[in-house]
Design a protein around this ligand. Structure first.
Ligand code: ZN
Length: 474
């Protein structure tokens, strides 16, 4: 059964692939190739596009990309939440949190996006890679003191670095206004940068200033940025965090839909009621469970609950988190009803937000896409399989302007995943987060087999760096 990514009902058929492209779609049993892959009884869909990743360094150091290809992901978008490995030269200086989620001092070695792209192409990862430029990375590059708004001169420096990166092939800008390195940035700092993205035909994604009590104000800030810069915006990993805010997705989604009627708006989300990021004492709310994912001074505390550690040490959870720093954590801060309401909204795409270098990562790194297909679509019935696939393929390709990807149609790139709709399911859990999903059979990236669950020795590395399309080009 071919599910073509557009949302239309699946249909039986043959797919012909020639080189890196889909050559033909035909009646079942009518196409013969030099090589034939019999996938009867399975679904073939476009390879999944993970719009929200922090795989900037993973694609370089572990190009087999097991957490991603085992989910059927053929393309990742790196550089989200304001943090990108490029363009930023740290010359051995420690990166401020959360830039350390991507790597250490020596990993920030790409002063230009072109150098990062060259490194990705040399690494030849199993998946395609498209890159956003992180606003926080630009701030670290352009400013000494991050705890104030940028001056006009610094904004101009950032704008020039961003313009060069877009010119090299970056697809847009991301911000992380929630995080300390960008918290002091005002909208008048972000708009001129977003404007540069608009001129290049790119997108602006944002980990908003607040996803908690001030989530509505943050949405308004995001839409205003989009309107003033005339740029498409994407709200990253949309959520209503914190007990007091559970249920508010009814209103946030109304606001998003109202804005989307007037300007270009996208949203991504992951299928879990817990988030994960760095561990900061000010974010520890003792009413919710917090699990440590890594800690530099106390690596043995990874996978343990903060409450237990605090009890053992005879201190508050805030004090315990201060002692564990620098560290990362999973925060169980969302309500399942909000997660489902957000996932089900037709504007919402799927993005894993996986953090690949964590010692005990959030299970979204290995489980996101099969969980949406198996748990939320098949078992819960939140939406059809066709709609689940649309959220992972044509919708993100359109929103992020990835040309000729995200659909099973003649002329498009042969990024194709074969899966068993009856068994596809995530295996990663909060307790055992490193586990490949089941039911993903074969993945083709640019016409070559990138993953096969029947034969682990088959592992092609045919991913490409996807450069921004110049305005006016088809
Ligand atoms: Zn984020």
């Amino acid at each position: 059964m071919i599910i073509d990514g557009t949302g239309k009902p699946g249909f039986a058929g043959d797919i012909g692939v020639n080189g890196d492209r889909i050559a033909a779609i035909a009646e079942p049993g009518t196409l013969q190739g030099r090589e034939n892959l019999d996938v009867s009884g399975h679904v073939v869909s476009p390879g999944f596009i993970d719009v929200h990743t922090h795989d900037d360094r993973l694609v370089l150091i572990d190009p087999a990309m097991a957490p991603k290809v085992s989910q059927g992901i053929s393309t990742v978008i790196v550089g989200n939440c304001g943090i990108s490995l490029s363009p930023l030269l740290l010359n051995g200086k420690q990166p401020p949190q959360p830039l350390d989620l991507l790597g250490g001092a020596d990993d920030y070695r790409f002063g230009r996006m072109a150098e990062y792209i060259e490194a990705v192409e040399a690494a030849s990862p199993a998946v395609n890679v498209a890159a956003l430029v992180g606003h926080s990375s630009l701030r670290v590059a352009a400013m000494g003191d991050l705890n104030r708004p940028a001056t006009d001169c610094e904004i101009e420096d950032m704008r020039l670095m961003l313009a060069a990166a877009l010119d090299d092939g970056a697809i847009g800008l991301s911000s992380g206004l929630y995080y300390p390195p960008a918290r002091a940035a005002v909208i008048d700092e972000v708009v001129p940068l977003a404007r540069e993205v608009a001129l290049a035909g790119g997108v602006y994604t944002t980990h908003m200033r607040d996803e908690d009590d001030f989530v509505m104000e943050s949405l308004e800030e995001t839409f205003e940025t989009g309107r003033r810069a005339d740029v498409p915006v994407v709200v990253s990993h949309h959520k209503c965090a914190g007990r007091r805010n559970w249920g508010r997705s009814v209103h946030t989604l109304q606001a998003i839909e109202a804005a989307a009627a007037k300007q270009e708006v996208g949203v991504d989300a992951y299928p879990y009621a817990a988030c994960s990021t760095i561990l900061l004492p000010e974010w520890v709310d003792e009413s919710i469970r917090v699990m440590v994912t890594w800690s530099t001074p106390y690596p043995e505390m990874a996978a343990r609950d903060l409450a237990d550690i605090a009890t053992e040490w005879g201190v508050s959870q805030k004090e315990a988190s201060a002692r564990l720093a620098p560290a990362g954590a999973v925060y169980f801060d969302m309500h399942e009803d909000d997660v489902r309401r957000i996932l089900a909204n037709p504007l919402v795409m799927i993005g894993s937000d996986g953090i690949p270098h964590d010692q005990h990562p959030h299970p979204r790194l290995w489980g996101t896409f099969p969980r949406v297909l198996g748990h939320y679509s098949r078992d819960i019935g939140l939406f059809s399989l066709e709609e689940a696939v649309r959220k992972m393929t044509s919708l993100p390709a359109t929103k992020f302007r990835l040309k000729d990807r995200g659909r099973v149609t003649a002329g498009y790139f042969a990024d194709l995943v074969v899966f068993d709709p009856a068994t596809v399911m995530d295996a990663a859990t909060f307790e055992k987060p490193i586990a490949p999903a089941t039911g993903i059979k074969t993945l083709l990236v640019n016409g070559k087999i990138a993953y096969s669950n029947a034969d682990e020795s088959v592992s092609g590395r045919s991913g490409r760096f996807i450069r921004r399309r110049a305005i006016g080009s088809n």
